[in-house]
Each structure stands twice: as structure tokens, then as C-alpha cells.
Write a protein that binds this ligand. Structure first.
Ligand SMILES: NC(=O)c1ccc[n+]([C@@H]2O[C@H](COP(=O)([O-])OP(=O)(O)OC[C@H]3O[C@@H](n4cnc5c(N)ncnc54)[C@H](OP(=O)(O)O)[C@@H]3O)[C@@H](O)[C@H]2O)c1
Length: 321
């Protein structure tokens, strides 16, 4: 089978497709014929840096998610040909992932789906929608009466957060660093598009002088302190992304403002129930995943470059022929 194997950390342009044997099934695992997969920031980090970490053993087929059909159900209750999505739980890190024609995956990481979405649409769903759905509905417990600030609104996750929050009628404010992207935020449904030029607090207080009730933070520790100031008393902030880099100088006692609630979401533990809930939500509101561009497997390097250069504006998808 064709697969994109990380032999050592490398640049996007050094990613290539190799030929390797199709993995053999074993008890507790199933073989999935992959139809498509989404590209994620975490794979860029794995490819460029994390591959050198002591807990990662290379070579490793990249990819924390994929969509496809059960090719061999092994000792599971899955049926051959059943449509499935798979994500996380060590995929593409502890065991081989989704950048391939086939993947041998633990049964607990594979979930059935019933949908008439195309493979490329389906590939835009698992990791991004699971992350955003969990952040909004489980962590932030968002409701129609909420005013929600999304930091990093033009990220794939940010655009999906706008989409999901608008379905239930929350007011959405979303940020970008680039003035040319303000219109994109509005087109995706944001009520207010804010430019992240160091004056977010002033812009936000202009429309909501007492602050907003919820913040979904995709930029991360670098904007966390400012984002907390955007909240009204008893407001809640969920830190889900680290687009601006990892933690630096954070003292929870001094830095978490009195009366503000801080939580986080980690997409490592999907369940069949959570995947079912997401597809129900998508069906109920007739949602179309925001897809930036679809690549073929041989162009995986270009797919990584598009994301790395912050030019995507939506989910980058690879179709496996
Ligand atoms: N917690 C979890 O389990 C989980 C799961 C999935 C994803 N994530 C994280 O969620 C975040 C979003 O992921 P994604 O794949 O949706 O991202 P993405 O689509 O790659 O986001 C790209 C956008 O982010 C903005 N951006 C990039 N670097 C930035 C920086 N240094 N400061 C501020 N904004 C920056 C840019 O928008 P502008 O140029 O318009 O500002 C860019 O267009 C990532 O940090 C990802 O690792 C976390």
C-alpha cells in the first residue's frame, strides 16, 4: 500500500509517499480501507519537532484521523464495508496513522457513521468537529443566550466553532490577525469580526461593555490573559488551541482572574456516543464542513505547506485514490 512515513523530523517538502505491506489484522484491532483524511496542526508539529521526542518511536505513518470502510473486521462486531471514522488515542503517534491506503487501528478508536456526505466532506469532520463540539457544549456549556468570543476565528476549528455556535443562536465575536480575513469571518456567520492587533479588549468593550459570557481560545497561552479580561463576571474560558505557541510564564493563582472559570478540551478520548451526537447535530442543522482545499495523496507535501503558511481558511483534506 501507499503510505506517508515519517522516518525522521523533516520539512513539508521532504514528505513523500512510499510503498509498504498492508498491515495484518490482530485481535482487538480492525483494518480500515482509507478513503480520505484531514490534515491537522498536530501532524505538522509531529513532522517538524515532536518526532524527535523520546516518547515517539520512528518510523511512523502520520495521521491522527481518517475516514473509510472496514476492510477486515477481525474479532470485532464491525461489518466489512461499514463506513467508519477513526481518530486520536495515539493514532499517528503510538501506532501508525491515517496517511495511507490502509490503517490497522484499535477497535476503540474506530466509530461507525451513517451519513450521505462525500468522503472529502466526511474527512473534514472527525477531529475538528469532535474538538469544537466538545469545547463548546461540554466545556463551555454554550447556550443561545451566550455571547461567545472565538480567538483564532479563521482556523479550521474557529470556522466550525462559528458554525456550531450560530446554529443555537449565540452571539459570536471572532478574531483574525489580518484585516483581509475579517470578511471571511462574517461570511462564515460571525456577528462581529475583530482584528487581533493588540486592541481586542477595546473593540470588544465597545460592543459589550461588561464583557462576553464565554471565550473559546485557539491561540492559547499567549492571548489567554487578555482573553480572560474579555469575560464578564462568572464568565468561562476554554483553552483548546495553541496556535500562538505553548505555555510561558503562567501563574494560575495570580493570572486566573477572580470569578472567571478556566477549562480546556483534549480530543484524545472520542466515543461512539460523541461521534453520533456530532453527526445528529450536522444533520439537524444541515451543516457543510468548511473545506479549504482537497489534495491527492501524492500532493501531501503541498497540503502541509498550505496549512503551515496559514493560507488554508478551513479544513485541508487528502483524498486517497
Ligand atoms: N485541544 C485539542 O484536542 C485540539 C484538537 C484539534 C486542534 N487543536 C488546536 O486548535 C488550534 C486550531 O487548529 P486548526 O487546525 O483549526 O488551525 P489552522 O486551521 O491551521 O489555523 C490557521 C489559522 O490560525 C491563525 N494563526 C496561525 N498562527 C497564529 C499565531 N501565531 N497567532 C495567532 N493566530 C495564528 C491564522 O489566522 P489569521 O492569519 O487569520 O489570524 C491561520 O490562518 C491549533 O492550535 C490546534 O493544535 C487542539
Amino acid at each position: 500500500m501507499k503510505a506517508v512515513i515519517l522516518e525522521k523530523t523533516c520539512t513539508a517538502k521532504e514528505l513523500t509517499v512510499s510503498n509498504v505491506p498492508i498491515p495484518k489484522v490482530k485481535p482487538g484491532w480492525v483494518l480500515v480501507k482509507i478513503k480520505a483524511f484531514g490534515i491537522n496542526r498536530s501532524e505538522l508539529i509531529m513532522r517538524s519537532v515532536e518526532g524527535d521526542a523520546g516518547y515517539i518511536s520512528l518510523p511512523r505513518i502520520l495521521g491522527i484521523e481518517c475516514v473509510g470502510e472496514i476492510s477486515d473486521s477481525s474479532d470485532s462486531e464491525f461489518k466489512k464495508g461499514q463506513h467508519v471514522v477513526a481518530l486520536m488515542g495515539g493514532m499517528g503517534r503510538s501506532f501508525d496513522g491515517g496517511y495511507a491506503e490502509y490503517a490497522l487501528l484499535p477497535q476503540k478508536n474506530v466509530f461507525t457513521v451513517e451519513t450521505d456526505m462525500s468522503w472529502e466532506e466526511l474527512a473534514a469532520v472527525p477531529e475538528t468537529y469532535f474538538t469544537v463540539y466538545g469545547s463548546l457544549f461540554h466545556c463551555l456549556q454554550i447556550e443561545s443566550s451566550d455571547t461567545l468570543l472565538i480567538r483564532g476565528g479563521t482556523s479550521a476549528a474557529g470556522l466550525v466553532a462559528i458554525q456550531l455556535a450560530k446554529c443555537i443562536g449565540s452571539v459570536v465575536l471572532a478574531t483574525t490577525r489580518k484585516s483581509e480575513n475579517l470578511e471571511i469571518l462574517k461570511q462564515h456567520g460571525a456577528d462581529y469580526a475583530l482584528i487581533d492587533d493588540g486592541t481586542i479588549l477595546e473593540q470588544l468593550h465597545y460592543v459589550y461593555p461588561d464583557g462576553v459570557t464565554k471565550v473559546l481560545e485557539f491561540i492559547g497561552p499567549s492571548t489567554l490573559k487578555e482573553s480572560m479580561k474579555c469575560l464578564s463576571n462568572h464568565g468561562v474560558i476554554c483553552i483548546t488551541g495553541i496556535l500562538g505557541g505553548a505555555m510561558d510564564n503562567f501563574d494560575p493563582i495570580k493570572d486566573i482572574i477572580n470569578g472567571i472559570y478556566l477549562c480546556s478540551f483534549f480530543s484524545n478520548y472520542p466515543t461512539q456516543k460523541s461521534i453520533d451526537d456530532i453527526f445528529c447535530y450536522i444533520k439537524k442543522y444541515n451543516l457543510k464542513p468548511p473545506i479549504a482545499k482537497v489534495f491527492s495523496l501524492k500532493d501531501v507535501a503541498s497540503a502541509h505547506l498550505l496549512l503551515e503558511n496559514n493560507m488554508a481558511m478551513g479544513k485541508v483534506v487528502v483524498l486517497v485514490d
